[in-house]
Ligand binder design. Structure first.
Ligand SMILES: [Cu+2]
Length: 72
């Protein structure tokens, strides 16, 4: 399944990564594999519009800086 790595700015602690994880998990068709505030990256599996992912992350209070498609 398609994986996407998302670079996120503004996360500073475990609560930040949990908030992001919670919002992303609420999206249909998205499985959150990892959100790491230290690296500022989220790894998700599944298909979702970048606009949808961006909206969810902004709702949590953070900014998306980059999307990278990851191939297995
Ligand atoms: Cu935090």
């Amino acid at each position: 399944m398609q994986k996407t790595e998302i670079d996120i700015s503004g996360m500073t602690c475990g609560h930040c990564s949990m908030s992001v994880s919670k919002e992303l998990s609420g999206l249909h068709g998205v499985h959150v594999l990892e959100v790491n505030h230290q690296t500022g990256k989220a790894l998700i599996e599944g298909t979702a519009d970048e606009s949808e992912l961006t909206a969810a992350i902004e709702k949590a209070g953070y900014q998306v800086t980059r999307f990278v498609k990851v191939n297995d």
